[in-house]
Design a protein around this ligand. Structure first.
Ligand code: GDP
Length: 296
């Protein structure tokens, strides 16, 4: 069961139960909204987001936008769809690739899927936007992290710049020089992760940010983690001024609700989602597709 499917199922059930009735009236609108609220909470949508969503739908549905009668069923669906889109951010949030070379800094906690996503993103942009990426391994702390990136790079035929035993700041500077000399128009920095956010990690990431002035700072979060991704995102954002979020592992049995809450709770766009371990399992996040999927 993938991202949104859980919510989709619950949402459909609560809609069908009430909307199947021949007419929609004040009473069964209330009942439907109550069930939609439950569906949202069960899908792990943040409680503030669920409340806001319901109150907006209610305002429109009861505030005269819906005329009582059979066709009102479709109208309610439309309202829910449009409010969901509002919460999800409406438009696709593209990467800012205008500068040459573009520097993308990937940050995140250990195990979030950062290294995998760095290589997937390099692969995606080389295929879809004809970019010539350079991957840069900067995680000198986790044993095997740089080797993992080198292995991934080999598989997708994208070079990896790394200096295992060198200060990451120095390596990043050298990587930029290397990229400029070798015509790479995209540099993806795979920075160090930690099990928890700590001052040392943030200081290093901040130094890297100042040294490399990246156009994009993308936080990679594990979609299976649930509500905690909101706190993690806010903390990283406070320290680093993120430009967006990549949510991974949405192919798992994640209920998806936390992902749905990110935009509203952090004001940051989800730029990509990861839905598998393969190179091609990374795609831009389309709010409309998500809303369509949730409402079946
Ligand atoms: P890092 O410590 O943040 O660099 O995490 P890794 O990139 O090493 O990923 C941790 C694990 O998650 C690896 O086994 C990846 O294959 C796996 N992974 C990453 N993204 C996804 C995804 O979208 N779906 C699934 N199923 N697994 C993923």
């Amino acid at each position: 069961m993938g991202f949104g499917d859980f919510l989709a199922k619950r949402m459909k059930r609560s809609m069908e139960k009430n909307i199947a009735k021949s007419t929609l009236n004040q009473e069964n609108i209330q009942e439907t909204l109550r069930e939609i609220r439950l569906a949202l909470l069960e899908a792990d949508v943040n409680i503030d987001v669920a409340k806001e969503l319901i109150s907006k739908i209610k305002e429109k549905a009861i505030g005269g936008y819906i005329e009582e009668g059979a066709s009102s069923q479709q109208q309610l669906l439309k309202i829910v769809h449009s409010e969901l889109m509002d919460i999800l951010g409406k438009e696709v949030a593209p990467l800012n690739l205008s500068k040459k070379p573009t520097i993308i800094m990937m940050v995140g906690l250990q195990g979030s899927g950062k290294t995998t996503s760095a290589s997937k993103l390099a692969y995606y942009l080389s295929k879809k936007q004809a970019k010539k990426p350079l991957l840069v391994g900067l995680d000198i702390y986790r044993p095997g992290a740089i080797d993992q990136l080198v292995e991934l790079g080999k598989k997708i035929n994208i070079p990896v710049f790394e200096k295992q035993k060198q200060n990451p700041l120095k390596t990043a500077k050298q990587a930029i020089e290397f990229a400029e000399k070798n015509n790479h128009d995209l540099i993806i920095l795979d920075t160090a992760g930690r099990l928890q956010i700590d001052k040392e990690l943030m200081n290093e990431l901040n130094d890297l940010r100042k040294t490399t002035s990246p156009q994009e700072i993308l936080l990679v979060v594990d979609g299976m983690v649930g509500q905690e991704i909101i706190n993690v995102t806010n903390e990283f954002n406070n320290q680093l001024k993120l430009t967006g979020v990549i949510v991974t592992k949405l192919d798992g049995d994640a209920r998806g609700g936390a992902t749905l809450s990110i935009r509203h709770m952090t004001k940051l766009p989800i730029k990509f989602i990861g839905e598998g371990e393969g190179f091609a399992a990374l795609a831009p996040f389309y709010p409309k597709r998500m809303a369509d999927r949730i409402l079946g």
